[in-house]
Design a protein around this ligand. Sequence first.
Ligand code: F6R
Length: 362
Amino acid sequence: DKAGYKHFMAKEIAEQPQVLSDALNAYLTEEGIALPDPGIDFAKIDRLTMVACGTAYYACLTAKYWFEQLAGLPVEVDIASEFRYREPPVLPGTAALFVSQSGETADTLAALRYCADKADKIFSVVNVPNSSIARESDLALPIHAGVEIGVASTKAFTCQLNVLLLLALKAAEARGRLTPEARDEILKGLRALPGTFNAALDRDEVIAGVARKLAEARDILFLGRGLMYPLALEGALKLKEISYIHAEAYASGELKHGPIALIDKHVPVVVMAPKDALFEKTVSNMQEVMARGGKVCLVTDAEGAAAAGQDVWRVVQMPTVPDVLAPILYALPAQLLAYHTAIAKGTDVDQPRNLAKSVTVE
Ligand code: F6R
């Protein structure tokens, strides 16, 4: 049931304030984070290995920044199909974490089984609580996204991020890395996030306007730094999946190491950059793009919009949130850009060609 929406994807995008709030109700109480006891002392482990495919892999890449910056815990992230056949050493002191919406992805399950007798603990972050990946984990944390029907993952991604951030905060607490003030500020932002997300949904029209132009392009680049880099990867994946336009993401700092050769007036560049500590660096990357005729669509907050300058082609202005939360909120414009570009191209948004919702064979 599409509940009045044209597509499941539109419905699932719009549901995000509700499902994020469901997960926060499940995992956040007055006193703080109430995740089930992970059965592992985060203060004692030496590293976390995270493994997943596709969008879930980008959720892991985002979480790497959180675990490392907030909890001081070294993290390795790998694509399941690479990890399982490389058979990497899993040293004592390693916790292994698998992220999967379906909980049935063949490569992710095989990677989990590879770790089963090697890692200190096997965790998973899943949407389907009785899935194979959940059942074979020591602890499975459901993301509370509800059934996701659109083949391109939307609400599952933001809900994965939500739970992964809570887990990183839990690890930060255990490792004594975060001041109570810093922690409370993040939790306050998280509690407000469903409302912030709801407010951000009204950027839909502006984004649809940008998307009608993007639909004319053959190639589109996405750029981001720090926490916005994995999100740029997710934005490019979403766009190519449903609009069939070639889209590629780079860490902004990599631009001059190659991809800048692609820039001309036919290649729009989507830059994801709230006004965080790295914003100035991203602005200089944007200027390099614009100096070569590239059209920049900047997704940023009010301060970023004011600082961006006149030459930016389009600005999508997001509400301001603590830096740590930006990847969750900025997933929304990434999803809407892909959605509206696909609509403008007339492709099948919910059932893109060649793709299956759950990849149970490799
Ligand atoms: C992209 C998408 C896929 C999945 C990937 C993993 O929109 O949906 O990239 O994220 O196939 O699937 P799960 O999370 O079920 O393991």
